[in-house]
Ligand binder design. Structure first.
Ligand SMILES: [Zn+2]
Length: 415
């Protein structure tokens, strides 16, 4: 039996009534931690819960494990992590009654029937509208009926008039294009995400040619090269040298097809800027999407003539909110990066959100209701990004929206 406690405002803490260990997730900026609490005999579970709540330790509870197994399972789990990252696990910190395991955000975890924590690897990166969440699948398990059509309908009803579906590999880009073909308002990008650049290793020219073929055969649908760029926060998926080499390598597609870049940049602004500056002649423009860098990084990217894309991940800290006020209005774009990067109630900009949508847990979600799935971002939520930007930049929201719309058309749709 499970019972829900709400001990820490919007952080839902769910706990079993039995006194087993509690397993939860704590989201950090670039990673999450698995939190495992072992109640001691005297205090029992409620005191552990109170402690967790007080310290804001848990954002999401995974499950409970059998108390006797927990140490064993932890050891196995740590081994699994080491294998995935081919390095020692990122650290198990053992406190009095709390274990913390740091994990990169993109390695999803699940708990299988035996109660073993497992890693689900990188196939969940990127995603967006081709993501399985819109087919009702979460970490491989079915939680509700497919609802992509409903999600799109909400977006069109909400006033969106075009959407760009991001690709991050040949397979991904192919899927994005196929989806784009189903509606005249949908478009796609074609390119290789920095974390996928190992795909180039076997036959770089062949891989590039397959990207080229996708662009050539779908000229009416492909509006950008990308996502491409550099991601130094996820070197465990693809090492730096390979990222650098094949980011630069695919830049030639921009000039060849006269298409702008849809750029991904994490903790790598200096190198990204250096490569773009060196290859100025190969590039016809672009946007750095999901920007969350410093003001210094912003300035360097602006100096190259690039646009800046803002989503919920770009608005997670007070510093983020200050940086976005420095973006010139004629260089600003907004996005959701759904199903990821939603604006969360814990984010500092959330107080400026006016338009809120009812959400329910994925298990309770029914297609056709007006609810959204809790924790899954969708295109209509782009309005929340706009509302935060208008507030922190102290601009008229309609004028800001019109400017952003113009910028987007100028870069992607000015054929
Ligand atoms: Zn990205």
């Amino acid at each position: 039996m499970q019972e829900a406690y709400n001990l820490a405002g919007d952080k839902n803490v769910v706990a079993s009534q039995s006194y087993g260990p509690l397993v939860g997730l704590r989201y950090k900026k670039t990673s999450f931690e698995i939190v495992i609490g072992l109640p001691n005999e005297a205090d029992g579970l409620p005191s552990v819960l109170e402690k967790f709540a007080e310290e804001g330790i848990i954002d999401e509870v995974l499950t409970q494990m059998n108390k006797d197994n927990v140490r064993l399972e932890l050891a196995k789990f740590e081994l699994g992590l080491s294998k995935l990252f081919e390095e020692p696990a990122l650290g198990v910190v053992q406190g009095e009654s709390v274990f913390l395991i740091k994990v990169f955000q993109e390695a999803f975890i699940k708990v299988d029937k035996e109660g073993t924590l497992c890693i689900l690897s990188e196939e969940y990166i990127g995603a967006n509208l081709t993501d399985e969440m819109y087919q009702g699948l979460y970490h491989g398990s079915k939680k509700h009926e497919p609802d992509l059509d409903a999600v799109l309908a909400r977006a069109w009803d909400g006033g969106l008039d075009k959407m760009i579906i991001t690709g991050g590999s040949t397979t991904d880009s192919q899927k994005a294009i196929e989806m784009a073909q189903s509606d005249s308002r949908l478009y796609a990008t074609v390119g290789c995400h920095p974390t996928r650049c190992n795909d180039f290793l076997q036959d770089a020219e062949g891989y590039l040619n397959s990207l080229k073929a996708l662009i050539k055969d779908n000229k009416d649908k492909v509006v950008a090269i990308g996502e491409c760029g550099l991601d130094y926060e996820r070197l465990h998926f693809c090492e730096k040298d390979i990222q650098l080499k094949y980011f630069e390598y695919q830049l030639q597609l921009s000039r060849e097809f006269s298409l702008p870049l849809f750029l991904h940049c994490r903790a790598a602004a200096d190198d990204l800027v250096a490569i773009l500056a060196k290859n100025r002649d190969s590039v016809v423009g672009g946007v750095v999407h999901s920007f969350d860098g410093s003001e210094d990084a912003l300035q360097k990217i602006l100096d190259l003539g690039m646009y800046i894309g803002i989503n919920g991940c770009s608005l997670r800290t007070q510093e983020n909110l200050e940086v976005v006020t420095k973006i010139p209005r004629d260089r600003l774009m907004i996005e959701t990066d759904c199903p990821w990067c939603e604006v969360k109630p814990t984010h500092p900009g959330y107080t400026h959100v006016v338009t809120k949508f009812p959400t329910v847990k994925k298990e309770k979600y029914t297609v056709g209701s007006n609810n959204q799935v809790k924790g899954r971002n969708e295109p209509i939520n782009i309005v929340q990004v706009l509302e935060i930007l208008a507030a922190v930049r102290k601009e008229n929201i309609d004028e800001l929206a019109a400017a952003i719309y113009d910028n987007t058309n100028k870069l992607f749709f000015n054929k």
